[in-house]
Design a protein around this ligand. Structure first.
Ligand code: ADE
Length: 225
């Protein structure tokens, strides 16, 4: 999978995408992430990519031309399934959307800044708008990193244990069950006996019950859906 990210602060994406599992995904050649500085498509030699908004009001708006040129240049190089705009008024990101995106080949992600991007880019180029939650970040970069991470770890071969993404929270509308590691007794706090029993069927049943219980307690809304 290839993801092209268009940003005015590409530095914000460096660390989250170049460590741990995202780094491994790229080193293995399973995921390719390219971050493009929008200023290379600026409208003048001062690197201008934003301007005052029509109708007045505080805050700058990201201009059409640099974004249109960036998207068109990328699209001339390869086909893209989605042009995604990260914005607090987009569709709420979820495991379901991550699953869907992980099946795609090439994606463009646009990170907004200031007051956002000119509506005409949203109308004519953007095919999907994603919010990572009901709060406003100072730019779309951290939100884009969240999406790339959640999608990237689902790509076959990225996680060492292929099944481990399947038992994640949310994968089947249930939160994950509790996990334990050695020692079996820490300060008198014991690991549930069943996990030490070696009876895999019983362990599976226990985990399922725990997941249901935990979901009922913490996120009953998941069970309603
Ligand atoms: N840009 C600013 N806030 C955002 C959010 N909550 N989700 C996605 N992109 C954003």
């Amino acid at each position: 999978m290839r993801i092209d990210i268009i940003s005015v602060v590409p530095e914000l994406l460096e660390s989250p995408l170049n460590h741990s599992i995202m780094k491994r995904a790229q080193t293995k050649g399973i995921l390719e992430v390219k971050v493009h500085h929008l200023r290379q498509w600026a409208v003048n030699e001062y690197g201008q990519v934003d301007d005052y908004q029509y109708g007045g009001g505080a805050g700058m708006v990201m201009m059409c031309e640099p974004l249109a040129k960036a998207i068109e240049q990328l699209k001339a190089e390869r086909p893209y399934e989605q042009v995604i705009y990260m914005t607090p008024d987009g569709e709420r990101f979820s495991q379901k959307i991550a699953n869907r995106l992980s099946l795609m080949g090439n994606l463009i992600i646009i990170c907004g800044h200031y007051k956002g991007i000119d509506q005409r880019i949203r109308d004519h180029f953007v095919t999907m708008e994603i919010s990572i939650g009901d709060y406003v970040l100072s730019g779309g970069e951290l939100a884009a990193a969240v999406v790339v991470d959640a999608v990237g770890r689902l790509l076959p071969g990225v996680l060492n244990d292929e099944t481990s993404a399947l038992t994640d929270s949310f994968q089947d509308n249930l939160l994950a069950s509790p996990v334990y590691t050695r020692p079996a007794d820490f300060r008198g706090w014991k690991v549930p006996e069943i996990l030490l029993s070696g009876d895999l069927k019983k362990v599976d049943e226990w985990r399922y019950e725990q997941a249901v219980q935990r979901t009922e307690q913490k996120r009953p809304d998941l069970l309603d859906s």
